[in-house]
Design a protein. Structure first.
Length: 280
């Protein structure tokens, strides 16, 4: 059943002790009619050689649809688990084009030999991983790393209101931390212009849709049509995310124009605002 999954991996099996960060879910494989589950690992020690591979990696395994939400799927590994497994290396030809094969750390888990294993090296990695990472920035304030979602989080002032800010980073690359902070500070420094532009862009893209929703609202049959000007005035920023590359997404409260959905406005510092839609 899982031939389409295992054909991407070497036939050689290796025994290793692995530190699991967390399970991040699965993607559906149409070719084989199964789910490919993925857990993020923080380090491996190979039992035969003692070789240590202390870096982030991916542990993948296939499950049938009915197994995805059970112990064979989401429940196979737990956060911070150190276990002994049998693994097979992803073949070079299946490594994504943007990654070097020697740096792309992906393995198929064929068997869990011991769900709990003592390993001082990986226990030290886990202890270090659990330590909070905090950056004090004069403009952005106190930034705290959320390791699970690869982002620094803080609150900042946007036109007089305190708003959550998330900087999406590669937690293994401190240079991405600096780039994300620089991008965020540039956006915040020009917040009045950006806020005006994002509101106007969202209004231009979504006012017609807002009136369609208004027409379907039996409780507001006599309401005046929504104009682009009123749309732009009614939405209020609730959250902002920005990447180390300068791409951003602003989340606006919709003032019930879309019955509580979120208005998303996205773009980048280089290209400007490119998209607006509703979600949630």
């Amino acid at each position: 059943m899982f031939e389409a999954f295992y054909e991407k991996y070497a036939t050689e099996e290796q025994e290793a002790v692995v530190l699991i960060r967390n399970c991040i879910g699965g993607g559906y494989n149409n070719k084989g009619d199964f789910w490919e589950m993925t857990a993020i690992s923080l380090g491996m020690v190979f039992c035969a050689t003692g070789e240590k591979n202390i870096r982030e990696g991916r542990m993948k395994w296939p499950v049938a649809d009915e197994e995805r939400n059970g112990e064979k799927g989401w429940g196979k590994f737990g956060e911070g688990q150190i276990c002994r497994v049998k693994v097979r290396k992803l073949l070079d030809e299946y490594v994504p084009n943007h990654a070097a094969p020697e740096k792309f750390n992906c393995w198929a888990v064929t068997e869990v030999l011991k769900p709990s294993e003592s390993c001082p090296e990986l226990e030290a990695v886990l202890e270090e991983y659990k330590k909070p990472v905090v950056i004090e920035d004069k403009v952005l304030g106190t930034l705290t790393l959320n390791r699970e979602f690869d982002m620094f989080e803080t609150n900042f002032s946007w036109n007089g209101a305190e708003i959550p800010l998330a900087l999406e980073v590669n937690q293994e690359s401190k240079s991405s931390w600096s780039r994300a902070r620089t991008a965020a500070k540039k956006l915040i420094a020009e917040q009045e212009a950006w806020d005006k532009a994002m509101r106007e862009f969202a209004a231009k893209e979504l006012t017609e849709l807002a009136n369609d929703w208004l027409a379907d609202d039996d409780e507001n049959e006599d309401a005046e049509p929504i104009t682009e000007e009123s749309f732009a005035q009614r939405i209020t920023l609730s959250e902002l995310t920005i990447t180390s590359g300068g791409s951003f997404t602003a989340y606006y409260n919709d003032d019930d124009m879309f019955w509580g959905h979120v208005v998303e406005v996205s773009g980048s510092l280089k290209k400007g605002i490119t998209d607006a839609n509703i979600s949630g």
